[in-house]
Design a protein around this ligand. Sequence first.
Ligand SMILES: Nc1ncnc2c1ncn2[C@@H]1O[C@H](COP(=O)(O)OP(=O)(O)O)[C@@H](O)[C@H]1O
Ligand SMILES: [Mg+2]
Length: 152
Amino acid sequence: MNSLELTTRSPEQTQEFGTRLGELANPGDVILLVGKLGAGKTCLTQGIAWGLGIKEYAASPSFVLVRELKGRLPLYHLDFYRLENLAEIAELGLDEYFYGQGVSVVEWAEKALSLLPPENLLIEMEYIAETGRRLELKPSGKRYREMVARLK
Ligand SMILES: Nc1ncnc2c1ncn2[C@@H]1O[C@H](COP(=O)(O)OP(=O)(O)O)[C@@H](O)[C@H]1O
Ligand SMILES: [Mg+2]
């Protein structure tokens, strides 16, 4: 299998893994984060931002839906938490992000999987204990399988 499973034992470990992802990221990469509130999606995104050389804090963009941060590559940090339905998401015209030159990271991607690029790195995140988060990486497409292989 091409998937990768790991457990982080602290927020710092979640961030560190994100940083490795950010360091490996290429223009146009799409990373989809799936998991409930508290699973660590924003924490992982913070690490990805650092891996892209971004100094800013990656706060959750729940209220603005998309935040763009500037680093080695731009990071488009999206969060679908507050979106009610697919039509609402479709109307936002998000393809300029997904098919642009930056790296897109989507929290609550499960709300709109059918609208998102079919080639992506899906990361399922789960709260397993107060100091434990389970991450399962599921790549779709050659680019992302290679990325996961490099993380092993
Ligand atoms: N492995 C871990 N162990 C303990 N706490 C963690 C771990 N990973 C992340 N956290 C913490 O979990 C909390 C929720 O994370 P957050 O990224 O806000 O979740 P989400 O965006 O999925 O709702 C944060 O305080 C974060 O620092
Ligand atoms: Mg969040």
